[in-house]
Ligand binder design. Sequence first.
Ligand SMILES: [Zn+2]
Length: 254
Amino acid sequence: MAELPVDRPTRPDATTYSLTVLGCDGSWPGPGGAGSGYLVVSEGCRVLLDAGPGTFANLQRVIDPASLDAVIISHHHPDHWTDLHGVATHARFALAREVLPVYAPATLADRTDLSASPGLDWHLVTGGDTVTIGALTCSFHRTDHVDETLAVRIDGGGRSLGYSADTGPAWSLAEFGRGLDLVLAEATYTVDHEGTAGHMSGRQAGEQARRAGAERLVITHRWPTIDADAVAREATTAFGRPVEQAAIGKEFVL
Ligand SMILES: [Zn+2]
């Protein structure tokens, strides 16, 4: 059973860089779980990074969604974006504010039926693009996954986060460049599943994060049917030091 937040966590001050997990199940939500979604807060800027099923409800246990500055969606697979419908409806009817910027690949905008939503302001991005959201710098990298799946490095306040999105092992986390304080990497299954889908095992995520010189590794996007401890064990061995596991409500301060 996924760990559900029961209280709003203590928010860090505006200068702290934090990553809060809103959902981390891979491909489909398990019992009590949610698809991929994370809240990134730095330099007074709040970004929803992916919006998989269940994540918009969990976001509201952490912050008022009216305070969001932008949404970034990595790709068009439903486990990463379907709650954008809730975000858009909330933005349209509940917010007394300008439209909410959404940064996403063109392949997503076409499939959501939200490309003309009055609550959203679409900014189409592709691999190699760098955009600024408030004081944050976001650099996008195309990964080894369907169509245009975009990993993103987010720099703010002298700290750096790298999010792998979904990827197979043919894309390298090292393409983020050096100086990563924390890598949030998909580790969908264990070594015995390698090559069966466009994802990484714990071993592959650990190896990649070590080669990228990441300071810390948080693994995520595990299929609900896969043993969490087994993935963490092989990721830790490959990374060379203990990895951390994403869980709903968990907050990582960079
Ligand atoms: Zn996925």
